[in-house]
Ligand binder design. Structure first.
Ligand SMILES: *Cc1c(COP(=O)(O)O)cnc(C)c1O
Length: 414
């Protein structure tokens, strides 16, 4: 847990006065829910019956043999219902909203993955759902808009600023300031003002706890893993995956590795490398952390082949653990992520989400570095079906474009 919302010098609650009450209320309810066995039972039932937990842990024996190094295990978090880890947080917060007697949920979304998970949890739990999404993102991410609306959510276009994620966050905060008496703001990653970083980590820690139990069951005689690897956008899948090993930190083992989006190069605007690169201390959207900013402190545009890693900030706890050296951050390029995607598809029949493929690429490097007889676990935070428009365009070029043309012609009215 944070120290009053802080992890070292990172974190905090830098918000307008009107948002103090709802954040304090949320913190109190969250803390009491954590120790309430009825709430824990509700979470567990949702995870089992709806999300399909526990998700499997797979020994990737073919990949291990071909890579030539440590044993590689893959946590198949992408097999959770709706296709990624995001449902863990969405379900936890939606159940918490029910406990607070709030019947309306608002959320921000960029690429739409968090919006889809939130809309799904709200459909399941019978809650009204409004998702703020930049107009530009709505245009680029039609498939996820389609799913959200099918789940009964209202997708509200945001037309201010660059019409992308940060503008959607601002719109959601504005809504919340006026509506919090009946509305919960369901934030999508382990960042934002306290208590969100602690809360989102706790709801995602199920990934790490399951992994530890499954690893023990798979290798009863062995001790802890030697390394854990996860991709890092805002940081929710990574911090939840690492969580059981953060408290038992003895002399930096196991090695914890966070893979950031190296994008298409190291120039400003070409990547989203905040820890292993040019991130600066700043306070943005309610919390203090490391951000990609220009000389005037303005947040810079970022690039990644994966929509979920294309973000200028990082959760405060990860920023702190990177600074203390507990977590090693590495930059993985668009190209390396695509190669890792192909490698695990060919050797194991797995489709990593483009985000998770950054973790996969880093895991292959770590496995070779550690050598045989050691164990590396990588979190496949999501599955890659959603990325077909990007991966097929990159890997299947002309045939894929021909298919898209024939599909659009098929849909034209005669
Ligand atoms: C959103 C997303 C991420 C990045 O978010 P984190 O909060 O860093 O986990 C990673 N993987 C997948 C599949 C996602 O959908």
């Amino acid at each position: 847990m944070s120290n009053k919302g802080y992890f070292g010098e990172y974190g905090g609650r830098y918000v307008a006065e009107v948002l103090r009450r709802p954040l304090e209320e949320l913190e109190a309810v969250f803390e009491s829910a954590l120790t309430d066995s009825r709430f824990c039972d509700e979470i567990e039932a949702f995870a089992r019956d709806y999300s399909g937990r526990p998700t499997p842990l797979l020994f990737a024996k073919n990949a291990t043999r071909e890579a030539g190094g440590a044993d590689i295990f893959v946590k198949l978090e992408g097999l959770a219902n709706t296709g990624a880890h995001k449902i863990n947080n969405a379900a936890g917060q939606a159940l918490l909203a029910g406990r607070m007697g709030k019947s309306r949920i608002i959320a921000e979304t960029g690429a739409g993955q968090h919006g889809v998970a939130t809309a799904a949890a709200c459909a399941r739990l019978g809650l009204e759902c409004v998702v703020y999404m930049g107009e530009e993102d709505i245009r680029r991410q039609r498939p996820n808009v389609y799913w959200m609306e099918l789940f009964g959510a209202e997708v509200r276009p945001v037309t201010s600023g660059t019409r992308t994620l940060k503008d959607a966050v601002n719109a959601a905060l504005r809504d919340w300031a006026a509506s919090w008496e009946n509305t919960h703001y369901l934030l999508g990653s382990a960042l934002g003002p306290a208590p969100f970083p602690d809360m989102v980590r706790e709801f995602q820690a199920v990934i790490g706890r399951e992994t530890r139990d499954q690893l023990t069951a798979a290798r009863p005689a062995a001790s802890e893993p030697d390394a854990l690897v996860a991709c890092v956008g805002g940081g929710s899948n990574a911090i939840g995956f690492f969580e059981p090993w953060l408290v038992t930190d003895d002399a930096g083992r196991p090695l914890l590795v966070g893979a950031e989006a190296g994008g298409r190069g190291s120039d400003p605007g070409d990547n989203a490398v905040r820890m292993a690169g040019a991130g600066c201390l700043g306070v943005v959207q309610g919390y203090r952390s490391r951000f990609l900013t220009d000389a005037d402190g303005q947040v810079l545009p970022t690039h990644s082949i994966s929509a979920g890693l294309d973000y200028a900030g990082i959760g405060p706890q990860l920023a702190h653990l990177g600074e203390t050296g507990r977590i090693r951050f590495v930059a993985v390029s668009d190209r390396s992520a695509l190669e890792a995607l192909q490698f695990f598809a060919r050797t194991e029949g797995l489709i990593f989400a483009m985000e998770s493929a950054h973790g996969a690429a880093a895991a292959l490097d770590v496995a070779r570095e550690l050598g045989s007889g050691r164990t590396v676990v990588v979190n496949m935070s999501g599955r890659g079906d959603k990325d077909i428009f990007i991966s097929a365009a990159a890997l299947d070029g002309a045939a894929w474009r021909a298919f898209l043309r024939s599909e659009s012609e098929r849909e034209e009215p005669a």
